[in-house]
Design a protein around this ligand. Structure first.
Ligand code: ZN
Length: 70
């Protein structure tokens, strides 16, 4: 199950497929965790907070690898 890994966030994806889940996750991150809404996040990308409290912009596929999905 895909879930949000931001501190204190209990969001989980409810989707029929992994692809749909990542779409939901992307929308969730954009709505809830992107602190500055600007043009720096390209269409179809998500921002993910690293362990160093830095935001990186990734594609959903890259974000999947980033989180070390098994
Ligand atoms: Zn979240």
């Amino acid at each position: 199950m895909l879930r949000c890994e931001q501190d204190g966030c209990g969001w989980v994806a409810i989707a029929p497929s992994e692809r749909a889940a990542w779409k939901q996750y992307e929308e969730h991150v954009l709505e809830e965790h992107v602190e500055q809404v600007d043009d720096e996040v390209p269409e179809g990308h998500v921002q993910v907070k690293t362990d160093d409290d830095e935001w990186v912009t990734l594609t959903p596929e890259e974000a999947s690898d980033f989180h070390g999905e098994d």
